[in-house]
Every structure is written in structure tokens, then in C-alpha cells.
Design a protein around this ligand. Sequence first.
Ligand SMILES: Cc1cc2nc3c(=O)[nH]c(=O)nc-3n(C[C@H](O)[C@H](O)[C@H](O)COP(=O)(O)OP(=O)(O)OC[C@H]3O[C@@H](n4cnc5c(N)ncnc54)[C@H](O)[C@@H]3O)c2cc1C
Length: 323
Amino acid sequence: MNILVFAEQIDGSFKKSAFEAVSYASQIAQAHSGNVTAVVPGNVADDKLAELANFGASKIVSIKHDKLNGFNAETYAKVICNTATSENSGIVVISNTYSGKSVAPRVAARLKAGIASGVISMPNTSNGFVVRRGVFSGKAFADVNLTTDVKVLAITPNTFNTIENKQAVNIINAESGLADTDFTTQSVEINRVTGKIPLTEAEIVVSGGRGLKGPENWHLVEDLATALGAATACSKPVSDMHWRPHSEHVGQTGITIKPNLYFAIGISGAIQHLAGVSSSKVIVAINKDPEAPFFKAADYGIVGDAFEIMPKIIEAAKAFKNS
Ligand SMILES: Cc1cc2nc3c(=O)[nH]c(=O)nc-3n(C[C@H](O)[C@H](O)[C@H](O)COP(=O)(O)OP(=O)(O)OC[C@H]3O[C@@H](n4cnc5c(N)ncnc54)[C@H](O)[C@@H]3O)c2cc1C
């Protein structure tokens, strides 16, 4: 079975989720005597493209085109579908990132393929083609059987490990097959947050809620994040009150994250917040209210005043870092 992976890049470098997607596809390929091809829209240097071969891609289809350097759901879906057709791919693996979420349904519609998004398991092919996906903001699971010839799997980032599986590099430079009329929208300006670890990629996240009282106290969150090499996040009211930018708001209406370690400081643990963070591997909650709901979701809980506890944790984290 041929498996195609859409390997997402930003400014010519791959995201961690791209390596996860290739590793995931490679495991399916190994179980079903298949090949993994990665498709990369945009101008990526060959030595960068070759990184995908470390995780099991035996063929890399590079579609170099200036207008594909920035993500565009319509044109990306087109080139992914063209490649899936020319490669005779039975499965298309896409990471369920912001970009992946918008491109995967378009790819499925064009290929008339069944789609499962938010996939959190390898396919079980003992009776059909069954994958498990998270539903209701991660509160429940659904096992779905894909019965179409072509299947699109949008896998949840930070769920599958990257696994080294070195292949010989076979890089093909393909034409985009796009005409000028395919580019119906144009990005005029992109402003990126720089110098920070992106929330969705972070292994450790330090997050603050209304319990921190105001933006003037956020140095506590930032100092701990700096000491731990972590990204910073916040609850919805905090961003609504403009203490922090909306790009940091996690939860049902914000970003869903799955770091290895999540610090929740002065956050009550409302269901809408937990929806975005409860899949974190280890959760540490700091709250002065012993009845705060977060303690039920947390692996470790510290009951006390964040303004007394935080400086001690920051000091310990700095000492640990320098040890
Ligand atoms: C449709 C909908 C969608 C929503 N989506 C989201 C979402 O995506 N993300 C999100 O976060 N919320 C979301 N909410 C809001 C959510 O319901 C909660 O209101 C919100 O998460 C509460 O934020 P908070 O915990 O920071 O504040 P609060 O509920 O005010 O809790 C503050 C906490 O800090 C503790 N505290 C106070 N002082 C201290 C101190 N000195 N030291 C330690 N602890 C202290 C308190 O005991 C309390 O537990 C949504 C709500 C709705 C209705």
C-alpha cells in the first residue's frame, strides 16, 4: 500500500509534526509492506527535504513554487491530491495542525476519500480499517471504520513519537500543475511571533489564569517558562482582559495542546479550559483553593498562594538548570 504524507514546512524547515506524520506512515507501511512518499509544497532545500528520509520516507516529492511558500488550503489540497493520484496512494496522512485541519477535508473531498480527523491510534486492520479519534474536545473516543479505497488520516500532533527509520533519499522535483487562476487568494502580510517556542510545538507549557491578578505579575509565568525552556499560555478570561495575547489562550475555544508537562497556575480548571489541555502527559496545578476542579485533572497539585509558591519553583528550576 502506498502512503502519502503531507509534510508541513514553515520558511523551508519542517515542523516536528511533519516528522511525526512520516513516522506514523512508516509504521503503517512496515505493517502492510508499503512505501511512504512525502509531498512538500514550497521551496525547501534538498538537505532539509532529506531529513524526512530519516523517519521512513523513501520518496520525497518536492513541489518548488514561490507561490506555495506560504500555506494556502486550496492550492495545497490540489497539489497533495495530484501527488496522491500520481503515486496511487491508498492512505494520505496529514497532521491535524491548524493548516492540516483546513487541508485534510479538502483533500478527502477531492479524492472522494473517507476521512478521520484527530486520529490517536494506528489503524487496526483485523476487521476493516479502524482508527480511534478523540471527540467532544478529547472527552471521549470514537472508533471509526474507513471503507473507501482512499483514506485520509489527520493525526493529532504530539501523540505519536518520531521514530528513526533511515531510507535512501529519492527526491523528485515535480511541477505544481497549478495555473495562475488557482491562486485565488493572496497573503498580503504575515506577522509571526518571534523568539518564542510555538505553543503547539512546546514540550513544556507554563500557563496562568485569573488567579495571577493582573499582567504586571506575568513575569512569574515568564521566569518559570524561561528557566524550563517552556512556552507560555493562559486561560480565556486572561486573554479577553488583554493581559495576554489571544494566541496564548488554550481550551475549547482556544488552542489545543498536548505537552509533556503543563503547569496551571491560578486557573480554576473549568471544563472549557480542560478541553484544550487535559491530554497533557503530566499536569501540575497550583491553586489556593483546595476544591479547585483542576486538582481532579492534575497529576500533581500544590495548594497555596501562587505568589508565595512561584518564586520558590522558579528558584528551584534555575538551580536545576544550572546544576
Ligand atoms: C463557550 C465557552 C467557551 C470557553 N472556552 C474557554 C477556553 O477555551 N479556555 C478557557 O480557559 N476558558 C474558556 N471558557 C471560560 C471558562 O468557563 C472559565 O471561565 C475560565 O477557564 C476561567 O478562567 P480562570 O480559571 O483563569 O479564572 P477563574 O475561574 O476566575 O479562576 C481563578 C482561579 O485562581 C485561583 N486563585 C486565585 N488567587 C490565587 C492565588 N493567589 N494563588 C493561587 N490560586 C489563586 C482561584 O482559586 C481560582 O481557582 C469558556 C467558556 C464558555 C462558556
